[in-house]
Design a protein around this ligand. Sequence first.
Ligand SMILES: *Cc1c(COP(=O)(O)O)cnc(C)c1O
Length: 386
Amino acid sequence: MKKVYFDHNATTPIHPKVRSAIEPFLGEKFGNPSSIHWAGREVRAYVEEAREKVASLINSDPSEVIFTSCGSEGDNMAIKGVLMGNLKKGRHIVTTVVEHPAVFRTCKFLEDFDFEVTYVPVDSYGMIDPDDVRKAIRKDTVLISVMFANNETGNLFPIKEISAIAKENDIVFHTDAVQVVGKIPIDVKELGVDLLTASGHKFNAPKGIGFQYIRKGVKILPLISGGHQERELRAGTENMLGIVAIGEASQIAKEEMNEKSRHIGYLRDRLEKGILETIPYTVINGHPEKRLYNTTNISFKFIEAEALLVMLDMNGIAVSTGSACSSGATEPSYVLQAMSLDPLCSRGALRFSLGYGNTEEDVDYCLSVLPSLVEKIRKMSPFYKK
Ligand SMILES: *Cc1c(COP(=O)(O)O)cnc(C)c1O
């Protein structure tokens, strides 16, 4: 059976060049980079080389890049670390209702410890208004955390504007850029962000590695205390495989960004247009323009998205719903709920996210099987009358 992977916002395949770059670290290059002897010295340089490659991808100074284990760690580090480092200033956070759980649930966790959080709403396109962020600011606001792009809709948020608002008010600004790093150009200096979180497995490095940009001068405490690694901001013997991999993935992303965005953008548009034109009662969720080029979130009305997901899977096509299956009952995704979507739409929403390795044949295969699957499910729906 043909296999098609349209779930790159969940995770991505490892790039073959990344795989060859880490090969030696599964063998002879096993040293601990903190060791003074030859085995340590041999690998030390690779850590700094990777840091330079990451820094070059986001236009930061290498000293402002800290390696972490994943995006979730980065989000936790930014939020908990900045609050713990600025307790004298206050205990208030401003964030949005559509953050990834790594941010959202970290904020919820902190509420149990007497921190206060304001969740800025989104409109029906799933966009936030920078003015709402401004209005949420209080005297005791320590941190604003707003994601760069939403993982479910692909919406791109006005990070530069929000960053300027944070600066005017002398508040630290963090952005979860996990869905953006490696996809579109990022310049942390131009954006003016204080902290930025990224995850390797979302841009063709393996799982278990991420990085955090921390602007020089930001007050932050570590999540993980211990040895002197990573400027004492993240203890633990370095994950050499991961670090080398994310360095290589950063270099590849930078070199191939233009070509990738053109190619993947073309495929996404072809898929989206094909679906809208051949399948009735379909709508796109998210902002029509301010959206990542690889993502499309489409509602198939009169359908339970899970049923369609399973049938696509039986045909070798991997996609995703944003919904969480809790205690057997599926709840529509909280992101789509926050957009106040008609339940008819939110129940039937599927996310297709494209990326490295996808081809025109993938798209055309999907377009060839999708209409009949949708029709089959709709025929079983008591609400659907054609
Ligand atoms: C995947 C993702 C994360 C979590 O990253 P992990 O490396 O899986 O922990 C955080 N934020 C966003 C927006 C994501 O898409």
